[in-house]
Design a protein around this ligand. Structure first.
Ligand SMILES: [Zn+2]
Length: 225
């Protein structure tokens, strides 16, 4: 008899906890007005995914959350966003040529762009960042010269090709890495800073495949070359 009366109570408790989750989730999505793209309501991001989107919203980034896609063969786009602009100390600036990027990588990118890239540009080059030029994010491909899938195949990596300043000056990774002394310094500072926010960072000193970009990959590793 005790067993019978306990079941409705358990169901009620389960319903209450689910309702609690729903309220918390909608509170969080309402808490980032910068997310003008409005995450699609059909997508049911995991609690961890929701938390990442909320954190990204609080960075004053402009982005749209994307539906999950599994393309098979180790290629997928999960909990990812289309990021257009990132927050800076004074407003926002653009990040161009991005495809889907997994939310944790987008968060790392937003933090790096604001606290490392923009500030280093002001201090070393005397002008804020107007835009960061990427060479893409999601791509269903292997690591060059291997049979292993690249982090790009999971939208967990972004390649940075160059930076455009507010005064119009453009610093490319390819030319700047061995270019004028202030460009060399700027690129090395932002490379080092990226190593604190991303699990894997590969630049021109790593190999010829990275001579024209910085490969920034989210994760727990600490591979910095
Ligand atoms: Zn890459």
């Amino acid at each position: 008899m005790a067993f019978r009366s306990a079941r409705p109570l358990l169901i009620l408790l389960a319903m209450l906890s689910l309702a609690g989750c729903g309220i918390a989730a909608s509170d969080r999505s309402a808490a980032h007005p910068a997310d003008v793209g409005r995450p699609s309501q059909s997508q049911t991001a995991s609690p961890l995914g929701q938390q990442c989107l909320a954190e990204l919203g609080r960075t004053n980034a402009r982005f749209t959350s994307l539906p999950d896609r599994d393309y098979g063969g180790g290629c997928s786009v999960l909990n990812s966003v289309q990021l257009d602009r990132v927050g800076s100390d004074t407003g926002q600036f653009a990040v161009t040529n991005l495809g889907p990027l997994a939310c944790p990588a987008a968060n790392a990118l937003a933090g790096w762009a604001r606290f490392a890239v923009d500030r280093a540009a002001r201090q070393i080059l005397g002008s804020p960042i107007a835009r960061i030029e990427t060479m893409g994010s999601y791509s269903c491909r292997n690591i060059a010269g291997s049979t292993r899938r690249s982090a790009h195949a999971r939208a967990e990596a972004v390649d940075i090709g160059g930076f455009v300043l507010g005064n119009g000056r453009r610093i490319s990774v390819k030319a700047g890495w061995t270019g004028a002394s202030d460009e060399r310094e700027f690129l090395r500072v932002v490379h080092r800073s990226a190593c604190k926010r991303f699990g894997t960072v590969l630049g021109p000193d790593y190999n010829a495949a990275h001579q024209d970009h910085l490969h920034l990959e989210a994760g727990d590793g600490s591979f910095c070359r």
